[in-house]
Design a protein around this ligand. Structure first.
Ligand code: GLN
Length: 283
């Protein structure tokens, strides 16, 4: 019995949604044949080697069990950079680009070399996107997990940003010296409540739980970050944090209680309140 092992037939017999099958097949073509994505169409009669077919089958079956595409490809685009990602880090989300843009806007407003702190950097996404887009910025990033820190270090090297991005291990401000102060503090901490059913659904099942939830109300890490901000911001410095779509009022209250001024809320592209910011008026 002869099997049709052409690219076209492998794709059309896949149980995956067509768009996902194409992304994974493009990855196989790149790895085994150094072919661009356009080969999906231009070379669709091509018969794959047995190694390539084995990889295609492995990727397909992992995806069918729910493993996120970004982990299968080992990469994810974020803002203007591409990051290496693996199961030890949260997969960067498009909504977090809002936090990067708020930071970049402040850097532009200050119009001088700026110091930026990213708390809980994970893959390095926020810190590296800022450093990449703002050549005069000096960025520090903290991370508690050794595994995540290793991935952030790899990304810093891949993007050749080692001279402007300093990685430090520790919990939130615990990684810093007491007198460290910054113009801008950014963070996308774990803010999903431990009761949220999404934690056991979809891609989230495969991501590090400590990057998703505080194992409590969802607000405890946000509270620690907001409460420590005044001690680590320069006068008039800006803090901006990402939060859940229904946490805006609670986060604004935390910022008020912490004595921050000029508190603002920011909408993501889906129209959800996703980021809150405030300033250290010095008072
Ligand atoms: N935005 C992510 C999600 O809802 C959560 C990331 C986080 O907790 N910081 O999937």
């Amino acid at each position: 019995m002869s099997h049709d092992l052409s690219l076209r037939s492998l794709l059309s017999s896949s149980l995956l949604p067509a768009s996902e099958a194409r992304v994974l097949m493009a990855h196989v073509l790149e790895k085994h044949y150094q072919l661009p994505r356009s080969a999906l169409l231009s070379r669709d009669e091509m018969e794959l080697s047995s190694e390539a077919i084995l990889q295609w089958q492995a990727l397909q079956s992992k995806r069918l069990t729910g493993e996120p595409i970004a982990y299968l490809l080992g990469k994810k685009g974020f803002h203007n950079i591409e990051l290496f990602v693996a199961p030890g880090v949260l997969i960067p989300r498009p909504e977090t680009e809002l936090l990067v843009d708020i930071g970049l806007q402040e850097i532009e407003r200050l119009h001088r070399p700026t110091t930026v702190l990213d708390l809980g950097t994970g893959s390095g996404a926020i810190a590296l996107a800022i450093a990449n887009a703002a050549p005069d910025a000096l960025v520090s990033a903290t991370e508690q997990s050794s595994e995540a820190l290793g991935i952030a270090k790899k990304n810093t090297q891949l993007l050749k940003l080692e001279t402007r991005v300093q990685l430090m291990q520790g919990s939130w401000y615990g990684a810093l010296s007491n007198d460290a102060r910054f113009d801008i503090i950014l963070s996308n901490p774990p803010y999903i409540s431990n009761l949220d059913p999404h934690l056991s659904q979809g891609d989230l099942r495969f991501e590090p739980i400590s990057a998703l939830t505080d194992h409590a109300s969802g607000l405890t890490c946000l509270e620690a970050i907001i409460n420590g901000a005044k001690d680590h911001l320069n006068p008039n410095g800006l803090i901006a944090v990402e939060h859940g779509f229904d946490q805006s009022d609670a986060v604004v209250d935390l910022m008020k209680s912490a004595g921050l001024s000029d508190i603002q809320t920011h909408l993501d592209l889906a129209g959800h309140h996703r980021v809150a910011s405030g300033r250290n008026s010095g008072g």
